[in-house]
Design a protein around this ligand. Structure first.
Ligand code: IMP
Length: 426
């Protein structure tokens, strides 16, 4: 039966795609449950590199259901672009299923995202400008356009008309003449509807049937715990809930359908966009880490901020997600960097020491990390495939993480290829 949730344990970009890719091969289906094309996965299969923003990487496993759940926001321009790319490379798309209830990112959402950031000026969030926030805003305002609306011209036009009027007013100061024409937008989106109609279905029912029949479903999260709109570093967050509990809402299953929750964390930490990052290394060493780890965004190409692994943050992520397993990625990047620091508590600006992530934003902004230093290693890990072949120092590093977070480290990544994963003993 198992329902397995795979979530980011930090600020996104932890390498979840690779774990989903590995697990999807043995599972009976994959469903994404939130976010949109603000996410980006790079999957390396042999000599071929795949980049996905919207479609779950499970699509590479032919006819198994590969689903985009109701909680996802879909930009049809991006979706159809990804479909074209996959078709061009001969991938069988018969397993693709798109929830009829998922909301659409419309052209005005992209404009509003950019205008919103411009309005914030120095206080901007650093969004991916993919229209994610404005699309979720419309969903909550009950002005959203859903996938199913693409199948009915009259309804689509009526809904776009209702959404357009307030958007034009909102955009007046930012776009002199926003190209938001009701008729041409309706026609363009109807054409997208025609293209994706064959994939539209009730994905929640499909997931239910697979689980009921004893199948395994992977619930794929995007972004990470600290970007969660409720539990992350608000307002520097995304506009959905990446945490495991949201898998139920965004895919349409009850909590008892979830059997395992895998938290994926890098062996160090990164963040893109603005917002607090207690262990950030805004120095030469941070630059070394960025280069060693190739830390540039898959979606926007922005350099990622880098820092030491933050175990207080990871413990917090374990608590709000209920991790049953941890996967630590990019351990190979730490080779040859000398002694390694792990943040085990914080000092506040009033001198207090905290071993839990504080709820108050002003406190979070002034945290000073307190580190434990462990010996590093120089060996190249990229060819290691078994736990016993890891250097002692690397094993100690992993054991320290598992001990502090109180969650076993079950998998370890040592490179981008799918076989560069080590399964750890219990
Ligand atoms: P949005 O999701 O585009 O609204 O961006 C909100 C914040 O989340 C920004 O700081 C983004 O950089 C960050 N963000 C969104 N998606 C991802 C992701 O997939 N990885 C890392 N950061 C992300």
């Amino acid at each position: 039966m198992p329902g397995i949730v795979i979530v980011g344990a930090q600020w996104g970009d932890e390498g979840k795609g690779k774990l989903v890719d590995l697990m999807a091969e043995k599972a009976d289906g994959v469903i994404r449950y939130q976010g949109g094309n603000n996410a980006g996965h790079t999957i390396v299969h042999g000599d071929v590199t795949w980049k996905f923003h919207l479609i779950p990487s499970g699509i590479l496993y032919s006819s198994k259901p590969c689903m985009i759940g109701n909680g996802v926001v879909i930009d049809p321009v991006v979706l159809t672009g990804e479909l074209d790319g996959l078709k061009g490379r001969g991938v069988d798309l018969s397993g693709l299923k798109i929830s009829a209830n998922a909301h659409l990112i419309m052209p005005y959402h992209l404009m509003l995202d950019t205008a919103g950031e411009a309005r914030l000026g120095k206080l901007q969030i650093g969004t991916t400008r993919r229209g994610i926030g404005p699309a979720y805003m419309d969903k909550a305002a009950r002005l959203g356009i859903r996938v199913q609306d693409l199948l009915d011209e009259k309804i689509l036009k009526k809904k776009i008309a209702a959404a357009l009027a307030p958007k034009k007013a909102q955009l007046r100061d930012w776009e002199k003449d926003p190209a938001l024409d009701l008729q041409s937008m309706t026609e363009e989106y109807l054409a997208y509807g025609n293209r994706i109609e064959q994939y539209i279905t009730d994905t929640a029912k499909l997931v239910h049937e697979e689980l009921k029949g004893g199948g395994t479903i992977i619930f794929e999260g995007a972004q990470g715990a600290m970007l969660d709109i409720d539990h992350g570093t608000y307002p520097f967050v995304t506009s959905s809930n990446p945490i495991a509990g949201a898998a139920c809402v965004g895919a349409g299953v009850g909590p008892l359908a979830i059997n395992e929750v895998w938290g994926v964390a890098k062996a160090y930490a990164t963040r893109v966009g603005a917002g607090p990052f207690p262990t950030e290394l805004d120095n030469e060493f941070g630059e070394t880490l960025r280069k060693a780890g190739g830390e540039f965004g898959t979606t926007t190409g922005r350099p990622r901020r880098t820092g030491w692994l933050d175990l207080v943050q990871l413990k917090y992520a374990a608590r709000i997600n209920g991790f049953s397993h941890l996967a630590i990625t990019k351990l190979d990047v730490l080779s040859g960097l000398g002694d390694l620091k792990l943040c085990t508590s914080y000092k506040t600006n009033t001198g207090a020491e905290l071993d839990d992530f504080p709820y108050h934003q002003s406190v979070v902004h002034h945290l000073e990390p307190v580190y434990t230093t462990l010996p590093g290693w120089d060996e190249d890990l990229t060819k290691v495939r078994e736990e016993k072949d890891l250097p002692d120092a690397a094993r100690e590093y992993l054991a320290f993480i598992a001990h502090e977070v109180e969650v076993p480290v079950a998998m370890v990544g040592v490179g981008p290829a799918r076989d560069q994963m080590i399964t750890m003993s219990a």
